[in-house]
Design a protein around this ligand. Structure first.
Ligand SMILES: Cc1ncc(COP(=O)(O)O)c(C=O)c1O
Length: 369
């Protein structure tokens, strides 16, 4: 166990193969303009079919998708947006760039999703939106309905940042991203499917979809003309990304199965290691994106695993402690994750012997006296 395995087990890695190459090559044999067109519409249609969304609008990435939502909501200077203190920084920056003040609320200890009571305590007359992040494909224990009614009572928009949640469903059976006004997905390299960079907006609201389509295309109602009835930027996709995305969609269901098996194998392999706590998942409806854990002696464990050829990654530190935000407040859950949260190797082509090796290396670390 003590010698390093070769090759190193990465914490995350996208998985592309012959299917992606074939679709890209087919397109490039007769390439067109490469910018978004028929393949992109097909990819959006596949995402609608998979998630049950009435509208899917793909964009450059899962950060500008959130920014487009903020623009569609008219968020600007002086407005406040409530964001969980445990999330990827894009969940906050996408609204901060529009001039919003970001107000952080702590997360639930079991799910790391926004705590509904903490979110409620942050509401002010200036609040414009609540951003619910489906952390690692999980949904809040308090229930999504608690957020829907909170947002309705407060007269604010409920935005779902479902970047980590493709393939995960609420207990009611609805795909994540589709219970609030609008949801956002990401197809960046570590996600369950990737187009290198990429994002998507999901909504069942016709008016929101229309606003988002204008925003992503310079505020015009169609390409090839220069009349701009609204304000917009350029958040368009490309046909090459769509070809990759279409091939990836063909693999999504198998990946969901594999991600759940990976989670279960880590749970079994670490069951007798009390220094490592994994989060509970209802795998009937949740596809964990990464294997996330709360661990003792995090830095020393990471160093031990690195020597054993295993890469891990620290989970997000509280956004309130990032130099660009620096907000006071009590955030015990986000703070615990900031000091003890660790992502174990989690990519979908991880094989069982690698998982067993990682579990054994972790057990060995805590056994050393
Ligand atoms: C919760 C969350 N929101 C937003 C993003 C940003 O997505 P992208 O990297 O596609 O811009 C990510 C990316 O990891 C994320 O995890």
């Amino acid at each position: 166990m003590s010698q390093t395995i070769n090759p190193v087990i990465p914490q995350m890695e996208p998985s592309f193969g012959a299917e992606e190459a074939e679709l890209v090559n087919q397109y490039m044999a007769n390439p067109g303009f490469i910018t978004e067109y028929k393949r992109t519409a097909e990819f959006e249609q596949k995402l609608c079919e998979f998630t049950g969304a009435r509208h899917c609008i793909v964009v450059n990435n899962g950060t500008v998708s959130l920014m487009a939502i903020g623009m569609a909501l008219g968020i600007g200077d002086g407005d406040e947006v409530i964001v969980p203190n445990y999330t990827m920084i894009a969940s906050a920056n996408a609204f901060a760039v529009l001039g919003a003040r970001i107000v952080f609320a702590d997360v639930e200890p079991q799910t790391l999703c926004l705590d509904v009571r903490q979110a409620e305590a942050c509401l002010t007359p200036r609040t414009k939106a609540i951003v619910l992040v489906n952390a690692n494909g999980r949904s809040p224990q308090a229930g999504i309905d608690a957020f829907i009614s909170l947002a309705a009572r407060a007269g604010v928009a409920l935005v779902e940042d479902a970047a980590q949640a493709l393939g995960s469903y609420y207990p009611c059976g609805t795909h994540m991203g589709l219970r609030g006004l609008v949801g956002s997905l990401s197809f960046s390299a570590p996600k369950i499917i990737s187009t290198g960079q990429g994002g998507a907006l999901l909504t069942n609201d016709d008016a929101m979809a229309e606003k988002l389509r204008y925003i992503k295309d310079f505020g015009r109602s169609s390409g090839g003309q220069d009349y701009h009835p609204r304000f917009g930027l350029n958040f368009k996709f490309t046909e090459l990304q769509a070809c990759v995305g279409l091939a990836q969609m063909g693999k999504l269901r198998d990946r969901m199965v594999r991600k759940k098996q990976i989670q279960q194998r880590f749970e079994a392999g670490l069951a007798n290691v009390p220094q490592v706590r994994l989060f509970p998942h209802d795998l009937g409806r949740i596809t964990p994106w990464f294997v996330d854990a709360v661990v003792e002696e995090r830095d020393a464990l990471m160093a031990h695993l690195k020597t054993a050829g295993v890469n891990t990654r620290k989970m997000y530190p509280p956004l309130s402690q990032q130099p660009i935000y620096q907000q006071d407040g009590s955030f015990p859950v986000a703070e615990e994750i900031g000091s003890k949260g660790l992502w174990l190797p989690s990519h979908s082509h991880l094989i069982d012997t690698q998982i067993d090796y990682v579990c054994a290396a972790i057990a060995e670390f805590y056994k050393r006296g």
